[in-house]
Design a protein around this ligand. Structure first.
Ligand SMILES: Nc1ncnc2c1ncn2[C@@H]1O[C@H](COP(=O)(O)OP(=O)(O)OP(=O)(O)O)[C@@H](O)[C@H]1O
Length: 274
């Protein structure tokens, strides 16, 4: 669809694992650039399946998925990989690389984009400090707690300020304060233009960060308005924007052959003050 302005489009998508019952059927929806949605629904409804489809980590058994205005189905391996460079992802199992340090895990997306080393070091250290891992830069993932691994996975997902951020239960292993702080980071990213989908069961998050909900049930999805409001306390004192300073290079540095420069939904670069 050459004139498709949606950042994400599902068109009659179905998913059935080998020999198992259909998990998703006939799912159609579109997400605008810069939108923020929660993905919710009962356990086993297919949220993680949907996240993997969005990340092009698995192919649907029916229908079509388009990302950034391009249909994914006909793309070869390298084109799919290039598309993924513009997606930040936090899976439930973190998928950290065990042989790399925390620093090198967080730096990976910047290395793929060939960011100069000095700039990379400054941005990664700033973000690691912000997520409370400044003194764990040399640690191997296996020595980190579950919550620390989750924070590292989030740092890695946001370090390049992706066009699309997919987070599957991103606060699942975090205490309430750190969970809120990271959700405010996502809010800040979204204000800078990143399209966000957060899969969560957490009713407090749903009520506190009032974004439209994609609700999965019985294999289908319904778009619902934000959950009702909740009385909230003050936002964390440390500005999330500080943690994102300078992390705005995915569009400029996207590999040749991507359509990053021409995408209708390219987020604006943030003001950078150093
Ligand atoms: N790789 C797989 N092979 C076979 N079946 C799978 C696979 N992954 C998921 N399923 C099945 O698909 C259904 C949806 O699973 P999925 O993990 O997507 O749900 P979910 O909504 O994320 O669940 P939860 O909230 O408990 O994490 C479940 O019935 C699950 O058993």
């Amino acid at each position: 669809m050459a004139d498709d302005t949606a950042l994400v489009r599902f068109d009659a998508v179905g998913m059935q694992y080998d020999g198992a019952a259909e998990v998703l059927r006939d799912i159609s929806f579109a997400l605008d650039p810069g939108s923020y949605h929660f993905l919710t629904g009962p356990s086993g409804a297919g949220k993680s399946t949907m996240m993997r489809l969005l990340y092009l980590a698995q192919r649907p058994s029916a229908g079509r998925i388009s990302l950034f205005g391009r249909e994914a189905d006909g793309l070869g391996r390298s084109d799919r990989a290039r598309m993924r460079q513009r997606i930040g992802v936090v899976f439930q199992d973190f998928r950290l690389l065990p042989h790399l340090s925390a620093f090198d895990n967080a730096a990976l997306p910047l290395r793929i984009l060939k960011t100069p080393e000095a700039e990379l070091r400054r941005d990664v250290m700033e973000l690691l400090a912000w997520v409370g891992l400044g003194d764990q830069a040399d640690a191997s993932p296996a020595t980190l707690s579950g919550g620390q691994q989750q924070r590292l996975a989030i740092a890695r997902a946001v370090v390049v300020r992706p066009r699309l951020l997919l987070a599957d239960e991103p606060t699942g292993n975090l205490d309430a304060e750190m969970g809120l702080k990271l959700m405010h980071l996502f809010e800040e990213l979204n204000k800078l233009g990143t399209t966000i989908v957060v899969a969560t069961h957490d009713t407090t998050l749903l009520a506190r960060f009032r974004h439209p909900r994609l609700v999965l049930a019985d294999g289908t999805v319904r778009l619902m308005p934000p959950a009702p409001p909740l009385r909230i306390g003050p936002a964390p004192r440390l500005s999330a924007a500080e943690a994102l300073r300078g992390a705005a290079r995915t569009d400029a540095a996207a590999a040749p052959g991507t359509n990053a420069g021409t995408d209708p939904g390219a987020p604006p670069r943030p003001e950078v003050t150093r």
